[in-house]
Design a binder for this molecule. Structure first.
Ligand code: IPE
Ligand code: IPE
Ligand code: MG
Length: 248
């Protein structure tokens, strides 16, 4: 992976390119954005949540079919409790707003990750949002909350082992597709493009299995500063890549 530098002039525009079906975004850099301004980290998360609202809407408008955003990892519980509280408040605000204001929306909301750690209030808001949006026909928006790629695989392997134990699945019948079918993203295409703002060159446990052949675009903008133009730049960079999937 290497940092993708935005070119001063883009020779292509969105209308010239094929869009990826599934985009993942590691929404990183909120803390550094706040620090640069002498603000508490929570202010960076508030700003990042606004960017998320705008970019999710934009992706839906331009015709992205699946968007997966990394909002909170299984490792983020290591953070100070006041920061975690601020993040949980932001999740609650967004989920309440989504139920209240997105009645006529086409976006299908899904939550991926281990829900058992969340408060009963957040759990029921997540469930309500999924139930309300299930039959819509627009972009699928996966919000990864308490998500970890390794934890996801452990859960899948346990479920598969249970099937083997009760005799409904033979070990010989386990294929790559079987593993995919037991993940939170079952039934969805693998991500084609994963964008990481904030310049970090790592996956941080995001979509480990699913990203085997994803194109990574690392950008040095911090997430709260990420604009529609940055999204366009990432999509154009993606369109220029040669994806070979091991072939020639
Ligand atoms: C991403 O921004 C948001 C979460 C991980 C919840 P960070 O909070 O990681 O911001 P930096 O990386 O410290 O700047
Ligand atoms: C990844 O960012 C998780 C989210 C953006 C939710 P982190 O800030 O937690 O990742 P590291 O610690 O830099 O690897
Ligand atoms: Mg970070």
């Amino acid at each position: 992976m290497s940092i993708f530098k935005k070119k001063p002039t883009q020779e292509l525009s969105l209308s010239d390119i094929a869009l990826p079906a599934h985009v993942g975004i590691i929404m990183d850099g909120n803390g550094r954005w706040a620090k640069k301004r002498g603000l508490p980290r929570s202010a960076g998360h508030t700003a990042g949540a606004q960017t998320f609202r705008k970019i999710a809407r934009y992706c839906s408008d331009i015709g992205i079919k699946y968007l997966t955003v990394y909002a909170f990892s299984t490792e983020n519980w290591k953070r100070p409790s006041d920061e975690i509280d601020a993040l949980m408040r932001l999740f609650k605000d967004y989920l309440q707003e989504a139920i209240r204001d997105f009645k006529d929306d086409s976006i299908v909301l899904r939550f991926i990750g281990d829900r058992s750690a969340f408060s009963p209030e957040l759990l029921s808001l997540m469930q309500e949002n999924e139930d309300e949006s299930r039959d819509r026909d627009g972009m699928v928006l996966n919000i990864a909350m308490n998500y970890g790629g390794r934890a996801e695989l452990v859960t899948a392997f346990r479920d598969i082992a249970d099937k083997v134990k009760d005799g409904t699945l033979s070990p010989d019948a386990i294929t790559e597709q079987t593993i995919s079918d037991y993940l939170y993203t079952a039934g969805q295409p693998d991500p084609d493009l994963i964008i990481r703002p904030s310049g970090e060159n790592r996956t941080s446990n995001f979509l480990l299995w699913q990203s085997a052949y994803a194109e990574y675009v690392i950008m040095d903008v911090l997430w709260p500063d990420f604009t529609q133009e940055d999204m366009n730049s990432a999509l154009i960079e993606y369109a220029k890549r040669s994806r070979r999937f091991g072939g020639i």
